[in-house]
Design a protein around this ligand. Sequence first.
Ligand SMILES: [Zn+2]
Length: 170
Amino acid sequence: MNIDRDRYYLELALEEAAIALDENTYPVGAVIVDENDQIIAKGRNRVHTQQDATAHAEIDAIRNAGKSIFHAKVNREKFTIYTTLEPCPMCTGGILFANIKRVVWLLNDDMGFGGYKKIQGTNVFDRKFSEVDVVEEPFDDLKEKQKELMIRWSSNSNHVTNLRKAVIQE
Ligand SMILES: [Zn+2]
């Protein structure tokens, strides 16, 4: 594992997360990179920007990767996905479907919708999971930056808690 390389792409994913927050949606960003350090695609959460509950950063990146995903599968290339938050159950499935072989995330999401480790822990899709290397929370300083984005998100008017308050006040 190349630490500098991982750090570089996680910083790019953080930039995407910050853009998402500026767009008033969940601050999560993702970047897909191939074995030759080529950026295949970037993605960010678009749940509120597109009014699509499934528009998570990892799914967005996989969609943006387009045919590269299938090309990699056919040619047995190993893509890495960098994401700022532990993938949820849907994105965990998406990552397995996309045949991505390495997942690196900045911040665990045990209390939220983090699903990668939970699903892996149930011993289903063992063979699929066994083909994927996981790196969780490799950089404390970048992890803190993601935490700060999440704290800022909690006061955003699109955060569900605040949306509910707005309904009560109507
Ligand atoms: Zn997700």
